[in-house]
Design a protein around this ligand. Structure first.
Ligand code: THU
Length: 133
């Protein structure tokens, strides 16, 4: 699947966001090597710290379906931002463990202003399983 199609699926998923507090819906779409797509959107809660980001929902959904990092090609994050929507720090931490370092992170907005970066480039010096040894 080409990345533009994946972006459109992330935009569709964004419409499913539950954002009564921030009014800032975010969409995500994760692509696997066998062309499966797992979408996510942010889901908020009156207890604000319990809000869950779009991209983490997409990643966790894929893992629950048996997908693992070597199966993942790319993940899109899209929101109505002036610039390509950047994943938050918590999501970068999750990506650094659950996605490969060379996996594409496709940041975009509703106007298709897109920037593609690698997982390894968005969280230098990440805390990892190595630190637990
Ligand atoms: N949000 C995401 O879904 N992904 C990000 O990487 C940035 C932030 C959500 C969390 C919250 O529901 C809303 O955007 C405002 O921060």
């Amino acid at each position: 699947m080409d990345y533009q199609k994946l972006i459109e699926l992330a935009k569709d998923a964004r419409k499913l966001a539950y954002t009564p507090y921030s009014h800032f819906p975010v969409g995500a779409a994760l692509l696997t090597k066998d062309d499966k797509v797992y979408v996510g959107a942010n889901i908020e809660n009156a207890s604000y710290p319990l809000c869950m980001c779009a991209e983490r929902n997409a990643i966790y959904r894929s893992y629950l379906d048996g997908v693992r990092k070597d199966d993942i090609v790319a993940i899109v994050i899209v929101a109505d931002t002036p610039n390509p929507c950047s994943p938050c720090g918590a999501c970068r931490q999750v990506m650094s463990e659950l996605l490969n370092k060379d996996t594409d992170v496709i940041m975009t907005n509703l106007n298709d202003n897109t920037q593609i970066v690698k997982v390894k480039d968005i969280l230098p010096f990440a805390f990892s399983e190595e630190d637990l040894k």
